[in-house]
Design a protein around this ligand. Structure first.
Ligand code: ADP
Ligand code: MG
Length: 244
């Protein structure tokens, strides 16, 4: 479903990703953990081309991007459609209702009619437990509700893989739990997911695999419990000792 080969990314002379390689099967849930500044967000942003890589290749669901080839606009759109992204800040449109926030991208990107889009939006709001908020504006929703709406909005474009960048770190812990619950349901339903998180419990119990990054490298890549309980590298041991 997803394959990253020798991915590199530099900002000027600052090498942020140094030869990153990993792959994922359909339905797999991978958590990415590691100290701040290690390149986790940059990796996710490269996966859906919010950043263009300096080297290497990314393949998502059969579509391959080479860092040294300029993407055509169509390819870029196709790739973005394959990978739905959820950010730490929810980025909902404040001047649109919850329903419009989810329906408009479907109309713009997939060419769905308004009726079709609304139908799908309502089904997704039902799924994240917020169908009663359809007519509200985002400001009237709590942070946890806004993040669940952002998840519904990403799902509405029928992505092959969902990318989450610290989706709960802007939320109170209690509110974060309701977002994690929605993510766990998604995982249980078979969605392929990459989750950058500092929620170690989520990483250990929900994800199939953990990648531990530090300083632009993947230091550990293995089954969640193994990486969390028995890391091989000294750097990973130090990080986990500090956060567990
Ligand atoms: P993480 O998400 O693991 O905290 P990031 O991917 O956000 O790490 O950042 C990794 C490094 O890349 C940091 O040193 C950060 O300052 C740098 N960086 C990230 N984005 C940019 C950018 N747009 N321009 C310059 N440097 C950046
Ligand atoms: Mg980050």
């Amino acid at each position: 479903m997803l394959e990253v080969r020798n991915l590199r990314k530099a900002f000027g002379t600052h090498e942020v990703l140094k030869d990153i390689s990993f792959s994922m099967r359909k339905g797999e849930v991978v958590a990415i953990i590691g100290p701040s500044g290690s390149g986790k967000s940059t990796l996710l942003r490269c996966l859906n081309q919010l950043e263009s890589a300096s080297g290497g290749t990314i393949t998502i669901d059969g579509l391959t991007i080479h860092a040294d080839h300029r993407l055509r606009r169509q390819e870029l759109m196709a790739l973005r459609r394959k990978a739905g992204m959820v950010f730490q800040s929810f980025n909902l449109f404040p001047h649109m209702t919850v329903l419009r926030n989810i329906s408009l991208p479907q109309e713009r990107v997939l060419g769905r009619s308004r009726a079709e889009a609304d139908k799908r939006s309502l089904a997704l709001l039902e799924r994240v437990g917020l169908v009663d908020k359809a007519g509200q504006y985002p400001a009237r929703c709590s942070g946890g509700q806004q993040q669940r709406i952002a998840i519904a909005r990403a799902l509405a474009l029928d992505p092959q893989v969902m990318l989450f960048d610290e989706p709960t770190s802007a939320l109170d812990p209690e509110v974060g739990l309701e977002v994690l619950a929605v993510m766990k349901e998604l995982a249980d339903a078979g969605m392929t997911m990459v989750v950058v998180t500092h929620e170690m419990h989520f990483a250990e119990t929900v994800s199939d695999r953990v990648l531990l990054m530090a300083d632009g490298h993947i230091l550990e890549d293995g089954p969640s419990k193994e990486v969390m309980r028995n890391p091989k590298s000294e750097r990973a041991k130090r990080f986990l000792h500090a956060v567990l």
